[in-house]
Design a protein around this ligand. Structure first.
Ligand code: CU
Ligand code: CU
Length: 310
């Protein structure tokens, strides 16, 4: 089985403007921060999982030729996929190398007092928090530092999968699996636009081109599972795959929340799902948000199905 994590991020208000004028802070281009991506460190010891992630500022590309100075976990948007098991105890360390801004971590997958366990980590500091992951599902994680919208719209979110302790009833039927995170990009680092504007791009896995230029792959007859999440921050999503039906859907990834024969799955901001479908004919299948202004702004990608045996 394979989970693909595709990344990248940015915004288009640079188009046609001189370089200096597109910097909201007025900083010259050379002073823009671009901290090299720091991959997460994940270690398991029995049911204890030790996870270290880095809050950092990194330049990403949200559309071709459109850079964005993103606030990130680990230098990518979305942040790294975290995968644990129901019943695990997480020991999470946030290392904040952003020189200016506090950051924090809010895992939707855990039970914890937010004012004790989702607290700010100051620039240059690191803190460790522990909590149980007792509920299976596909969850959002994100920075919870105020104003939260600022940190979300600049890129601080990702997916954590908590695998059910007994697995999903359909595990044995699945041939391949992938991850899709929908999110929005606004004017770069512009809080007023985050609050009141319309997204410039709505994207899958951080940009509007990777999943069309490099389709996910499958073979005829395969059952495909997608872990999908709508990170928002402001819009809902109507997730749809053209040319098939999602015969099994676990809302929020909980095996008790099972639906069948779904054409479209509604994902609230921060909502997730496991969706499964079969691809019977060779060809290109488009995944998209059926809110077509979102698909037209980039929330689309391809699954390329090749004949089995070739
Ligand atoms: Cu933050
Ligand atoms: Cu949240």
């Amino acid at each position: 089985m394979l989970v693909i994590l595709l990344i990248i991020g940015g915004c288009d208000w640079s188009v046609g403007q001189p370089a200096e004028s597109r910097l909201p802070s007025g900083k010259p281009e050379v002073q823009r921060l671009n901290q090299p991506p720091v991959p997460p460190v994940i270690r398991r010891k029995g049911r204890e999982v030790f996870i270290e992630m880095t809050a950092q500022i990194t330049q990403i590309e949200i559309s071709k030729g459109v850079p964005y100075e993103a606030w990130t976990f680990g230098g990518t948007v979305p942040g790294p996929l975290i995968r644990v098991k129901e019943g695990d105890q997480l020991h999470f360390t946030l290392n904040n190398i952003d020189p200016e801004t506090p950051h924090s971590m809010d895992f939707h997958a855990v039970h914890a007092a937010p004012n004790h366990k989702f607290t700010d980590v100051m620039p240059g500091d690191r803190m460790t928090f522990s909590y149980p992951a007792n509920s299976p599902g596909v969850f959002m994680y994100h920075c919870g530092t105020k104003p939260v919208l600022m940190h979300l719209a600049n890129g601080m979110y990702g997916m954590i999968i908590v695998e059910p302790k007994d697995g999903y009833p359909t595990d044995q039927q699945v041939d391949r699996e992938y991850m899709i995170v929908q999110s929005e990009w606004y004017k770069e680092n512009d809080y007023q636009d985050f609050l009141n504007g319309r997204p410039r791009y709505v994207v899958f896995n951080g940009d509007n081109f990777t999943l069309t230029d490099h389709p996910l792959t499958a073979r005829t007859g395969d059952r495909v599972r997608l872990y999908v999440l709508n990170a928002g921050p402001n819009e809902v999503s109507s997730f749809h795959v053209v040319g098939t039906l999602m015969d099994t859907v676990y809302l929020d990834g909980n095996p008790l929340n099972v639906l069948h024969g779904m054409q479209t799955v509604l994902l609230p901001a921060s909502g997730g799902a496991v969706v499964e479908f079969q691809l019977t004919e060779a060809g290109d299948y488009t995944m998209l948000s059926h809110q077509f202004n979102q698909a037209s702004k980039g929330a689309a990608g391809l699954i390329r199905v090749i004949p089995d045996g070739k």
